[in-house]
Write a protein of this length. Structure first.
Length: 248
């Protein structure tokens, strides 16, 4: 219809009508482009909002994960410290020997740091991370993940230094068969014999130092995770409320 009117106007040399038709055509193109651009921006905004919501959920799970690990570290640190003090004093009269065995065993147990991170990795891999939130938000997320990388590197380093296993061939320590358990074995200790072995105590003290260092690194990682979750919460307008237990 526009083309026929334009043709007629040109034949009639009605230049005002020609100009008007051109203006109508150009305006239609511009409006169509603006509507399309607005729709694309709206879709991109919805995609970014959805990504932030998923990051929020993941951050809450991350906090719960690190809290659980710190609680485990601290519980084992307490038992290990008591075991060390009793070894030095050779005082086992009122000791809970099961707890003391757990404390000694814990020196060689160092789980890796692998909290949830699928949403973060997805955003990094598809190049969408740079589009979410503010620079301050992205910086908070980056600080946490840099610390997480550092934590795992330190854990790997400490693992290399831990004698594996610490008690093999150690007088006063032996493995017993325990059916219906995951590993079907358990370490049993003669605490009086271990108390007389200064070399064993030295190895235990070094292992205790490493375990406590990992506890501190994990605690700092948790602090940065909490800062990250708080920063995300400012964008999602939801409180940062980690679950009592991390999801599997």
């Amino acid at each position: 219809m526009i083309l026929s009117r334009l043709t007629a106007a040109i034949r009639q040399q009605n230049w005002f009508a020609v100009a008007l038709e051109f203006v109508i055509v150009i305006a239609g193109v511009v409006i169509g482009f603006q509507v399309s651009q607005w729709a694309n921006e709206r879709t991109a905004e919805e995609r970014r909002d959805a990504a932030l919501e998923r990051l929020h959920d993941e951050a809450e799970q991350i906090i719960a994960y690190h809290q659980e690990h710190i609680e485990l570290h601290e519980r084992m640190n307490v038992l290990r410290t008591e075991a060390i003090e009793r070894l030095i004093a050779n005082d086992w009269a009122e000791a809970d020997r099961h707890d003391m065995a757990q404390g000694l065993n814990s020196v060689g147990v160092l789980p890796g740091a692998f909290p949830p991170r699928s949403v973060y990795d997805e955003l990094i891999n598809n190049g969408a991370f740079a589009e979410i939130g503010s620079p301050e938000l992205r910086a908070a997320i980056g600080r946490y993940h840099a610390q997480l990388t550092f934590l795992q590197a330190q854990i790997d380093y400490v693992r290399l230094r831990i004698e594996d296993p610490l008690f093999v061939g150690q007088p006063g320590a032996r493995v017993v068969y325990v059916p219906d358990t995951v590993r079907e074995r358990r370490w049993e200790f003669d605490f009086d014999v271990l108390s007389q072995d200064d070399a064993f105590l030295q190895r235990l003290l070094l292992g205790n130092n490493s375990q406590r260092a990992v506890t501190d690194w994990t605690r700092h990682t948790l602090e940065l995770a909490q800062e990250m979750c708080t920063a995300i919460a400012e964008s999602t307008a939801r409180p940062c409320e980690p679950p009592e237990e991390p999801s599997e």
